[in-house]
Each structure stands twice: as C-alpha cells, then as structure tokens.
Design a protein. Structure first.
Length: 215
C-alpha cells in the first residue's frame, strides 16, 4: 500500500484551511438565496396559497436570530393594537361550552380543508396551554390558563361589564402581537382564523365563573 508523505499531507491541510478561510457570500445574499429556495419549494394547493409565505412587519421583525429593537417592537405592538376589531355592540361573551369545544379542536387551515371559512376552524389552544385540570396532555409553550378569570377577580360577565382584563383578553385573542411583538400565539381575529362569534365563546371559556377553567 502506498503511503502519503508528510509533505503531501501538509500541502493538503493548507489547501483545506485556505478554502475555509475564503470569504463566502454576504449575509444579504444568503438571505435572498434562502427566500428563493423557500418560495420555489411551495405551491398553491387547495386553500393553502403561497402568499402565506409573505411576512408582515410583525413576522419579519421576529424572524431574525436576535430580538427586534425596542423601537421596532413598540411599532409592531402599536400596529397590532390598532388592528383589533372590538366586538359588535360591545358583546364580549358567548358560551363557555362552545368555547371549550373550539379550544380543544386543532382542525382547520390545511390544504385538505374544503374551505378557509373560520367557522370550520378550531383554536388549537390545548396545544400550547393547560386549560383544565382534568387534561392529561397539553402544551407548555404558553402559560397555564387554569383559573384565568378567577385569578383576575372576574366574578360576573355581562354585556355591561367591561374591565381592563376583558379588553386585554379580547385584544390578545384578536391580535396577540398587541402586547408581545414576537408572541408565538396565533392572531386569531387579525388573520381570520376565528370569527367574532368564536372569539366570544373562548372569552367565556376563559372568564366565565361557571366555566371549568375557573372551577
């Protein structure tokens, strides 16, 4: 068997090191290449369209490997809060039974669904939050929602009851970035994932004292 001389090995190592040291494409160029690969890797199929890849300010600001500046974060939150559609007639609540069904459903918005109508969608809340003590499995990306209303002093929910926590909860469900620029929570109302009636039901699940969340 032939052996490689020490000199040859040294030359080979030098070539490898030189190759590693050679300047590569600039970051903007790599970003553009990555975007191009992503765009060409997807296609419209069913209700899932390629335009889902288009990022708004809230998404693009939180896609880098570092958090956005305070100025950008404040702008994202301000724009998100301004986008909130408050409930028609000041009616914030529906029924917690319907809210629980929506919260425990993860269906909707896939290319195999026949329609993008939010009425067919679930909230998928259990995938990130504990909702009820009887649950055996739940996600932990978000905080537990157990006793959400009870811990915040809500003892009654009527059309006339408008407390800061009710405003906050509605806005958070409608556009989560209103209070956290890089929130991982879906923007249910803003992105038409759930309609106003469905959000009312989830409001009741979270805040109605009769809801299992608050027992």
């Amino acid at each position: 068997m032939k052996t490689i001389s020490i000199t040859a090995c040294c030359l080979l190592a030098a070539v490898v090191v030189a190759g590693c040291a050679a300047p590569g494409p600039a970051a903007p160029s790599l970003d553009q290449q990555a975007r191009s690969v992503i765009q060409t890797s997807f296609r419209d199929q069913g209700i899932a369209k390629v335009d889902r890849l288009n990022q708004d300010l809230g998404q693009s600001a939180c896609s880098d490997d570092k958090a956005p500046s305070d100025e950008v974060a404040e702008r994202v939150q301000a724009e998100a809060l301004a986008s909130v559609k408050w409930p028609t007639g000041g009616q914030y609540f529906g029924h917690w039974v319907q809210g629980e069904r929506i919260a425990q459903s993860g269906r909707g918005m896939t290319w195999t669904d026949a329609s993008a109508d939010p009425k067919a969608n679930g909230g998928n809340c259990y995938n990130c939050h504990q909702i009820d003590k009887k649950e055996l499995s739940y996600g932990t990306i978000g905080p537990s929602l157990w006793n959400y209303g009870k811990n915040r002093g809500i003892t009654d929910v009527t059309a006339e009851t408008v407390a800061p926590i009710i405003h906050y909860t509605w806005a958070k469900l409608w556009n989560s970035k209103a209070y956290a620029a890089c929130s991982n929570m879906p923007r249910f109302g803003h992105k038409n994932l759930l309609n106003e009636e469905q959000i009312r039901h989830i409001m009741s699940l979270l805040l109605d004292p009769r809801s299992p969340v608050n027992q």
